[in-house]
Design a protein around this ligand. Sequence first.
Ligand SMILES: N[C@@H](Cc1c[nH]c[nH+]1)C(=O)O
Length: 374
Amino acid sequence: MFLPAGSRDEKGMAVSSRSHVMEEFRKVATLRGYKEISTPVVEYATTFTNKHVGMKLQEMMKWFNAEGEIEVLRPDWTTAIARALSTEEKRPQKWVYQGSVFKRNMPGVEYHQAGVEIIHLPELMGESESLLMAQSVLKELGVNNSLIELGHTGIYESLANELQLTCTDAERLRHAMHDKKKDEVYQIAKDNGSKETASEMAALVDAFGTMDIITEYEERWKDRDSILSILQHIKKLAQILQQSGSGEILIDLGRVKNLPYYSGIMFRGFLPESGGVCFSGGRYDRLYEQFGKSISAVGLAFDIEVLANQIKESDERQRICIIAGEESLAYAEQLRASFENCIVDVQPEQMDKGNYTKILEIKTSNGEFEVIEK
Ligand SMILES: N[C@@H](Cc1c[nH]c[nH+]1)C(=O)O
């Protein structure tokens, strides 16, 4: 039958690869001391649209409830979890989750994420834990040579604050910076501020690359104390990652935030071959301000589809096919028990031979069973 645009059925490998990713993710999280959390799929829209969060209602799957309030399908785990944890006591906490998010502005509508949220941990500790946890998951899945990109909301924002921008121009500048359109960035900045700030803004467009970029910009911004301390922070985080044997680290000092609630370090993970973004996250202390709290909060979420497409699941187990009839089903079940740690598939007739390492047929005569290898 028909499905609404964006909804789809999935079968076989697509589903099992996803389950495999989720199982490995869960295993790593448990071993690193995370606790599991789940929130409802249906929430009030205001949880995500209030001024502290700033997500856009038009991008959500929504409807009116009987009381006239707008309800939505969960568009974001991080915000939902902040709501759920807002009454928790003040002690370091590491939470892990898996499930769908729904986005009307994206072709697939339903996306599967697995993520972590860490609160009340000292900044560097929470940030490095998020990334080291992500690295362990990738390693467990056999994904080597992934790339971590580090950015920080504070650099772009501190330069943008030197300009007198209307809301429209602020949005234009953000887009131009995001798309790395240097001339446009310079022009908007110059029209709304000094030439000097405009030049620095334009320089920010090119401020990405390997770790050396930090040294270069430390020199360039030696008189800008707030930016210098951000660069120091990124350097410390990168050092912890490198000392822990992380993959390659990329720096993008001009990165603008992809979610309105980020306030501090931002990170993304790229897959080696496809270049797909397999995880994304960052610091979001601001999100807790809506509950009158000032706390340290950081986390990231994996895009399960991107990861599932990348991994090639190899099942080394033997596959046995037992051909049985109604009268030999109970016997087949006994026979199954003799094949420990094998995949045993009971079928009414011989299926595709290439799928199995061994095919056994149970013959019945006079109430006696005989097993014949085919
Ligand atoms: N919720 C973010 C990921 C994230 C988790 N924690 C912080 N950020 C996203 O969907 O991209």
